[in-house]
Design a protein around this ligand. Structure first.
Ligand code: NAP
Ligand code: 8YV
Length: 311
């Protein structure tokens, strides 16, 4: 069945995606909703665009939500499914870029890349050598969330000479890595922890004080998942107390706000939610988002529906 109507662009969208929707469709922006809400049959959004129950309820003809991003915790999925609204996301096309970012953060924290750069720029090398750092090769890295991205992280860690173990809710039959039954069990065994689970209620504060304490004063936490997955005040406190060795973060509880305490710590590397932010990956994500939208408008199908639609 074909569908016709307007496409609501929920910001923030990249300029390229915003413009591409405008070139292909009758685009509606939030400022026009009072008069145009009844025309909207589709939403295009990104991980930072809230698509809540109120917005869904305000769009009586809405049939599809196309998310630019693999994580879709920005969308009230139960509210959408209750109305029979289809939801798509962008799995798979960003695994390499996001996995690279995890490795970049782990290496940057362990080898103190950012602090060493500041040391050179500040002229402090003239007064003596930079302190020794920790090697990543030979270390045990735990991955919380051994899915598409987690497995891409794992193969890269193996190439670096690390041992990998993991925690998911379900043990995987076909991977060569040790399984831990809980995040705390994994953290207690690991030198470093990489977190790459979806956001949402099920994973809120999955990485709590107990997990951080199990990781310990020599441990490093890398979070490329969602800020909500880590108890952020507990993380700040653990770093301040020296109960955690360091952290590499791409995501935060209240983006783009970052706790000021973290910005003064040399054992912490902070990125502004850029894990998928390469030219080639963002082009692939944009193309897949637009393909999902075009496919649904043409015949009601999606290229990459969210898993809940298959249940
Ligand atoms: P995926 O293939 O669905 O993998 C998710 C993994 O997490 C699965 O192995 C799943 O295994 C595990 N998991 C889910 N809920 C869990 C829980 N409550 N406890 C423990 N493990 C749990 O997803 P993906 O494509 O790898 O993406 C993962 C997430 O990364 C996205 O949802 C997004 O939030 C985040 N991400 C962030 C960026 C960024 O820019 N920083 C970019 C892309 C993605 P089980 O089902 O067996 O538990
Ligand atoms: C964002 C992400 O979607 O895929 C995800 O879940 O968090 C990112 O890739 C992207 O930054 C903006 O749309």
């Amino acid at each position: 069945m074909t569908h016709s109507g307007s496409v609501l662009r929920v910001p923030p969208l990249s300029p390229q995606l915003h413009d591409a929707v405008g070139e292909r469709y009758d685009a509606v922006d939030p400022a026009d909703l009072d008069t145009r809400g009844g025309d909207v049959v589709a939403i295009v959004c990104s991980n930072a665009s809230p698509v809540d129950a109120d917005l869904i309820a305000a769009l009586p003809r809405l049939g599809v939500i196309a998310n630019h991003g693999v994580g879709y915790d920005n969308i009230d999925v139960p509210a959408a499914l209750a109305r029979g609204i289809a939801v798509s996301h962008t799995p798979g096309v960003l695994d390499d870029a996001v996995a690279e970012t995890a490795l970049a953060l782990l290496l940057a924290v362990r080898r103190q890349v950012v602090a060493a750069d500041r040391f050179v720029r500040d002229g402090r090398w003239l007064d003596g050598s930079f302190p020794l750092t920790d090697q990543v090769a030979g270390s045990l890295v735990g991955i919380i969330g051994l899915g598409r991205i987690g497995q891409a992280v794992a193969t890269r860690l193996e190439a670096l000479g690390c041992t990998v173990s993991y925690h998911n809710r379900h043990r995987l039959a076909d991977v060569p890595y040790d399984y831990a039954a809980s995040p705390a069990e994994l953290a207690a065994a690991a030198d470093s922890l990489v977190v790459v689970v979806p956001g949402g209620d099920d994973t809120t504060a999955l990485i709590d004080r107990a997990v951080l304490d199990a990781l310990g004063p020599d441990g490093v936490l890398v979070n490329i998942a969602r800020g909500s997955v880590v108890d952020q005040p507990a993380l700040v406190a653990a770093l301040q107390d020296g109960r955690l060795g360091g952290a590499g973060l791409d995501v935060y509880a209240d983006e783009p706000r970052v706790p000021e305490e973290l910005t003064t710590m040399d054992n912490v590397v902070l990125l502004p939610h850029v894990a998928s932010g390469t030219h080639v990956t963002r082009a692939a994500m944009r193309a897949l988002t637009l393909d999902n939208l075009a496919s649904w408008l043409a015949d009601g199908t999606l290229r990459t529906p969210i898993p809940e639609l298959a249940q």
